[in-house]
Design a protein around this ligand. Structure first.
Ligand code: FES
Length: 105
């Protein structure tokens, strides 16, 4: 069943910033890439590296895994460089009355 979780007001996540959200046994990284908010599972598909600790590229909307350097597309969760080759989960984001919300299931 899909559930909507409230993250924070948009004003608390300015462009270039990231927030870690925990929901049940999931950890989700919420990124503001040049004004668009994306959410992906905070667990690299290569070796479980924490993606929120990586480097955000706001031009390409990618995050670089802090552990071994795979680049992931924040829009799709797809890995763009090795060693990761499996996508990570993404979560739909909505902005509702100035508040960031995620859909999880
Ligand atoms: S854990 Fe992310 S690239 Fe290895």
């Amino acid at each position: 069943m899909t559930e909507t979780i409230t993250v924070c007001p948009v004003s608390e996540l300015p462009p270039g910033s990231v927030k870690l959200v925990e929901w049940e046994d999931l950890e989700i990284g919420v990124f503001n890439c040049a004004g668009t908010v994306y959410a992906i599972e905070d667990r690299c598909s290569h070796d479980n590296g924490p993606l929120v600790e990586g480097e955000l590229d706001q031009e390409k909307c990618t995050i670089e895994c802090a552990r071994h350097g795979s680049l992931f597309d924040l829009k799709t969760g797809a890995p763009l460089t090795l060693p990761a080759y499996v996508p990570v989960d993404t979560f739909p984001v909505t902005i509702d009355d100035g508040t960031i919300k995620l859909e999880v299931d």
